[in-house]
Write a protein that binds this ligand. Structure first.
Ligand SMILES: [Zn+2]
Length: 405
């Protein structure tokens, strides 16, 4: 065999690669040692112990089992679901460690933990998020999720209390138990990581919308409701190349932000008396046309009833605003559904696969200049979790987050 220049080049490349690979092991090992030394004996967990009241409780950090992962929490968003739990405990969970929109850094892991739910390697120092926990249902798997939706799955931050207590992301440490879903998201910044969970809700909703076959690049789309969910909906549509978006809300500040997030036009329903006038305003915003597709992102029954009027014959609707029971809505099945041949899909939470899509969505949103960071309007330390929830209930901002130092 002759040693030609291609061979030489290959050998040089291999040697260079082996040289750069070896030293990488050293800082990783060093990090593991220092990190585990720095782990305190106890963790602080914000427990909702009564309606509208959290206590910061101190619990011993338990043994990390061979399949477990101990995560030092960096931050966690306050969700609408937390607000409902805070006010009324509809799930009957009190006392409960809440917080499911969290992220943090692995500080210790069991010897059996090698990779995340997508097969990406995991090590101490990696930044992670958790998703739904599907322990008992083999039909629900990472990349084959069309079989079932996630109904019945568990999630950290809405688990019944147990003797470990480190079950929610409103805390400084959380113990991710063997069999849980977890993703390595070290390539995303903290604010992006805090937004993963709510963004996954919209990635899922748009996936549901796509099943109708109606949503296309040049579709005229109404997004009704400009809270965090509606605003992120607009962002997801923009990253898909859909630009003809009209935002509908009653709060002008939110409508202005909807335009920053990519809405072409906005309609303030406070300025239009009655559904006929509002429908005309929406059509005007599309240059005289009704919408091809609509996303209903509010929890208001009246908003659900209204949205059918904005849709053209043969158009579609994705209803995702009622993530909890908000009461009954009235529609006229003849005028609203049958005679117009509307295709309606419901959407609720997300799947593991939507999580993987969401990581890419967040990178694309940033790349096309959408101000995702501005969705997080308030940051509170863990000790001020009660104030954070009150701020959320008063709807003073958009996404409220607990951020640990
Ligand atoms: Zn949530």
């Amino acid at each position: 065999m002759e040693m030609n220049s291609a061979n030489v080049e290959e050998i040089v490349k291999q040697v260079l690669e082996s040289m750069t690979k070896t030293p990488v092991e050293v800082p990783a090992a060093k990090a593991a040692a220092t990190e585990s030394q720095a782990i305190p004996k106890t963790a602080h967990v914000a427990m909702l112990t009564a309606l509208e009241h959290y206590d910061i409780k101190e619990f011993p950090i338990p043994e990390v089992g061979d399949g477990d992962i101990l995560v030092k929490v960096e931050g966690c968003g306050v969700c609408g679901t937390d607000a409902h739990e805070f006010k009324r405990d509809p799930f009957g969970l009190i006392p409960v460690a809440l917080g499911h929109e969290g992220t943090g850094e692995i500080v210790k892991m069991g010897k059996n933990v090698k990779a995340d739910s997508a097969g990406k390697p995991l090590k101490v120092g990696d930044k992670v998020v958790t998703c739904m926990i599907f322990k008992d249902d083999p039909d629900i798997e990472m990349f084959d999720l069309n079989k079932k939706n996630i109904g019945g799955a568990d999630v950290y931050g809405l688990l019944p209390d147990d003797d470990i207590h480190l079950n929610g992301w409103f805390s400084d440490y959380i113990l991710v138990r063997e069999g849980s879903s977890i993703f390595n998201v070290s390539d995303l910044d903290l604010k992006s990581r805090i937004l993963i969970e709510p963004c996954a809700v919209l990635v899922h909703a748009v996936e549901r919308a796509k099943t109708t076959g109606i949503l296309r690049f040049n579709s005229r789309v109404v997004v009704q409701g400009c809270g965090p969910i509606g605003l992120i909906c607009i962002a997801v549509l923009r990253t898909m190349g859909i630009e003809n978006i009209v935002a509908v809300d009653g709060n002008q500040k939110r409508l202005d932000f909807a335009k920053e997030m990519g809405a072409e036009k906005s309609v303030n329903f406070m300025e239009h008396k009655g559904i006929d006038a509002l429908t005309e305003a929406v059509k005007d915003a599309f240059g005289g046309y009704a919408a091809d597709f609509t996303f209903q992102c509010t929890g208001s029954p009246v908003a659900h009833s209204n949205i059918y009027k904005f849709i053209r014959n043969g158009g579609g609707l994705c209803e995702l605003g009622f993530f909890i029971n908000g009461g009954d809505a009235t529609i006229n099945p003849h005028f609203d559904l049958c005679s117009k041949e509307i295709t309606l899909v419901g959407s609720w939470v997300y799947t593991l696969r939507d999580y993987a899509t969401t990581f890419d969505f967040l990178k694309r949103a940033k790349a096309i200049g959408l101000p995702m960071d501005k969705l997080i309007t308030h940051e509170f330390p863990l000790e001020q979790i009660n104030e954070a929830h009150v701020t959320n209930l008063e709807q003073k901002g958009l996404k409220i987050a607990i951020v640990n130092k």
